[in-house]
Design a protein. Structure first.
Length: 259
């Protein structure tokens, strides 16, 4: 339970004795837990973002109109594949928007006209086959920003942008490389309000055909309106599958004005 004392938020400990559990169960005012999951089936010898589409990610520099479409007619509001998808994105004011859209198979459906950053995309209604029958992509023009692959129900992007009025605290991550593969992972951050701002590495972890989980001894702080991404490369071979999940505490700054 949280309450304000002397102009600052104080958090009462709960009987579980676990601060993150208290956040996850909504017991701490102004804080929430965020997990970001990315997967790339084909990492080679140059740094590449961890996302299902693969290749360079096309960050917009202004608000865009995005549309969603499948490569299968079975991904349709009344068919056996994915019927409805939820898209979470930021507009160019870095405000969170959530849109639920019914698919129309291979016919493109407009999702938003003020799209700036993708946060998440996942199926919320499916037909008898339970999964996507085709590749479902969200794109502005020819630029894909999220992809639900055939047989899946969610886009696996390692990208996240801290919304306006929030601060993110990265607390830990899990990383994995497929058997026989070595990968160097980079955590990178940049100011998303400046189209010319570079991504700067905040951490690097090297692994070999394993999965690891680690907590950060000191939380990695990312201010509002900053992009976060994870990239990886292999020094050994090609076609290395990479997966990453990183964990954050997201703070609503208005609830912590004096902190």
């Amino acid at each position: 339970m949280a309450r304000e004392i002397d102009g600052k938020l104080r958090v009462a400990s709960d009987h579980w004795g676990d601060f993150r559990f208290s956040i996850a169960t909504g017991k701490v005012l102004g804080l929430e837990v965020v997990e970001v999951y990315g997967f790339n089936p084909d990492i080679n010898g140059t740094y590449e973002p961890i996302w299902q589409q693969g290749g360079v990610f096309p960050y917009p520099t202004s608000a865009q109109t995005v549309n969603i479409v499948s490569t299968s007619a079975n991904d349709d509001a009344a068919n056996v594949g994915v019927r409805e998808v939820r898209v979470e994105y930021l507009d160019d004011n870095f405000v969170t928007n959530i849109v639920d859209v019914e698919l129309d198979g291979t016919n493109s459906v407009q999702v938003a006209t003020d799209f700036f950053r993708i946060q998440n995309m996942q199926a919320i209604q499916v037909g008898a086959n339970n999964d996507a029958e085709g590749n479902i992509t969200l794109a502005y023009g020819a630029n894909v920003v999220a992809k639900i692959p055939t047989g899946g129900n969610e886009a696996k992007n390692s990208f996240y942008t801290v919304p306006a009025g929030y601060t993110a605290y990265i607390t830990g991550a899990s990383l994995s490389a497929s058997k026989g593969g070595d990968l160097a992972f980079l955590l990178e951050v940049r100011d998303a309000t400046d189209a010319n701002a570079p991504f700067v590495a905040g951490n690097q972890v090297d692994i070999y055909e394993e999965g690891i989980y680690f907590d950060l001894p000191t939380y990695f702080v990312v201010p509002e309106k900053h992009d976060i991404r994870i990239r990886a490369k292999s020094g050994q071979g090609s076609n290395i599958a990479a997966a990453v999940t990183y964990h954050m505490i997201l703070r609503n700054n208005k609830d912590y004005a004096n902190n």
